[in-house]
Each structure stands twice: as structure tokens, then as C-alpha cells.
Design a protein around this ligand. Structure first.
Ligand SMILES: CC(C)(COP(=O)(O)OP(=O)(O)OC[C@H]1O[C@@H](n2cnc3c(N)ncnc32)[C@H](O)[C@@H]1OP(=O)(O)O)[C@@H](O)C(=O)NCCC(=O)NCCS
Length: 161
């Protein structure tokens, strides 16, 4: 059900990400929104930068994706998206638990939009702890490369192994 996906699955992965990301439209600041939310070239660069993407298939359809990226001593959760018609039925939780199982570092971090309250709730339910603004900024600077407008609108959560 859950397997690793590669660059050859690019269009299927983009289909999931860009459908699920529509949830952000009108919620996150307009200056942070773009359509498609994830252009093809951006996903190619993510693979080139060491992001590994895992996907969940249901009835032979790719319905969810979630990635990891090892940076220094920690693991980042990257690009967690479930097709809109399949959200809220445990697919995100299954993917997250799969990533917990294959994780090799002592800490996992995830960054998301501070206005994406549903996503924050999802991670807290799965044993992540929300960092303070000060700590969020320090972590974003150390482990991610995000523009300043994204930084001030993001939060970071952490799960210790
Ligand atoms: C956030 C997301 C990855 C969670 O995956 P999921 O498969 O929907 O989540 P699960 O079914 O495993 O867990 C459900 C829990 O997540 C939360 N949740 C988040 N989005 C939800 C949705 N659209 N519908 C229902 N519950 C949702 C709820 O807290 C829910 O718990 P509850 O049913 O006890 O209230 C997915 O909803 C999604 O792709 N959302 C849009 C894009 C996004 O926000 N991505 C996060 C990027 S960091």
C-alpha cells in the first residue's frame, strides 16, 4: 500500500500535491499562494536535494504522498498531501507512521503554514509538539531554505523519537 515514489512518478505526485494544496487558497496570505502550488520543476529540485517521497495507493490510485529529507542530524517531514476526497480517513496517519518506522534520527521536524490549523491539529494528534515563534525561526533558518515571507507565516513542530 505504501511504497517509495521517484521522479518517474512526477505527474502522479504533482496531481496529489496540487489538489490537496487547494485547501490553502484564501487561507494562507495571498502573497504565499501560487497556482499550481507546486510547479513540476520545483518537485524535480526537491528530489535532486535528497527529498524521498512515499505514496499511499488505494484501488490503484495514488491518493496520498509524504516525504522525508535528512538534514544534518534530523529528519524533516516534507510535502504531506492527501487528495481532497480522501482526507480525514487515516491515510495521513498511516503515511506518518510509516515514516516514523523508517526514520533514523532522534528528532523529526515538520514546518507548515500557521494558518493551516487542520494540519497543526493533525501533527499534534500524532505526538508532535508545537515550537514557540522564536524557536520556529531558529529551526527554519537552520534546516530549511525558505523566503522571509514564508518564515513569518510558518510554524515548526517536532517529534522526538
Ligand atoms: C493534513 C493532511 C496531510 C492530514 O492527512 P489526513 O489523511 O487527512 O489525516 P488523517 O485522516 O490521518 O487524520 C485526521 C486528523 O487530521 C486532522 N485533519 C486534517 N485535515 C483534515 C481533513 N481535511 N478532514 C478531516 N480531518 C482532517 C483532524 O485533526 C483529524 O482528526 P479527527 O478526525 O480526530 O478530527 C491532509 O488532510 C491534507 O493533505 N491536507 C491539505 C494539505 C495540508 O494541509 N498538508 C499539510 C502540509 S504540512
Amino acid at each position: 500500500m505504501i511504497t517509495e515514489y521517484t521522479k518517474k512518478d512526477l505527474l502522479h505526485i504533482l496531481n496529489v500535491i496540487n489538489d490537496a494544496a487547494l485547501k490553502y487558497k484564501g487561507v494562507i496570505p495571498d502573497s504565499c499562494w501560487k497556482e499550481p502550488y507546486m510547479p513540476e520543476q520545483e518537485l524535480i529540485s526537491e528530489f535532486d536535494n535528497g527529498v524521498r517521497i512515499f505514496g499511499y495507493k488505494k484501488n490503484n490510485i495514488l491518493v496520498g504522498v509524504m516525504g522525508i529529507q535528512e538534514v544534518e542530524d534530523i529528519t524533516l517531514i516534507r510535502h504531506a498531501y492527501i487528495l481532497s476526497g480522501y482526507q480525514g480517513i487515516g491515510i495521513g496517519k498511516s503515511l506518518l507512521q510509516y515514516l516514523f518506522k523508517i526514520n533514523r534520527s532522534s528528532s523529526m521536524l515538520v514546518g507548515t503554514w500557521q494558518d493551516a490549523t487542520w494540519a497543526i491539529r493533525f501533527y499534534i494528534k500524532n505526538n508532535f509538539v508545537l515550537h514557540t515563534r522564536k524557536q520556529t525561526n531558529l529551526l527554519l533558518q537552520r534546516y530549511w531554505q525558505v523566503p522571509i515571507k514564508q518564515m513569518i507565516n510558518s510554524v515548526v513542530l517536532e517529534k522526538l523519537s
